[in-house]
Design a protein around this ligand. Structure first.
Ligand SMILES: [Zn+2]
Ligand SMILES: [Zn+2]
Length: 141
């Protein structure tokens, strides 16, 4: 199976508005734009939407190992869950996937915890296989 670059399209789990920023690309893909609060500062953060990529840019300083709060830029609500990271115990932030399911990321800067859960894992896997058969290396979903 060829290694695929999976680009995630996410939306706010609370107001259902898209979190994709089509004006700010990271790794040739639209990024995920959120409002961030860290170290007493408020700003904007853009996360790479490629699954497994941890690149991000922000207009505030991101301090390694700091726990940040992420907010939806539309409804301004905090995107947090009751779950905690099994690696570092920081709160887990989750986004809704456009096609169902959720992406979970750790709120600690530098932590590599990153998980995707699908509501319908079978359909998603089938889609992956089909994409693979047709040689698509770049999957949007
Ligand atoms: Zn929202
Ligand atoms: Zn963590």
């Amino acid at each position: 199976m060829t290694k695929q670059l999976v680009s995630l399209k996410v939306k706010c789990p609370l107001c259902q508005q898209s979190l994709m920023d089509y004006t700010h690309f990271l790794n040739a893909k639209p990024s995920i734009k959120l409002t961030i609060e860290g170290g007493g500062k408020h700003g904007v953060i853009n996360l790479c939407s490629t699954y497994g990529c941890y690149e991000k840019t922000s207009n505030i300083e991101l301090v390694q190992d700091d726990i940040v709060k992420l907010f939806c830029p539309h409804c301004k609500k905090e995107l947090t869950t009751k779950a905690e990271c099994d690696v570092c115990k920081a709160p887990i932030v989750s986004f809704a996937l456009d096609k169902g399911g959720k992406v979970h990321v750790c709120s600690r800067i530098g932590c590599k915890k990153h998980a995707v859960s699908f509501e319908d894992i079978y359909t998603t896997l089938t889609t992956f296989y089909e994409e693979d058969l047709y040689g698509a290396r770049d999957t949007d979903f």
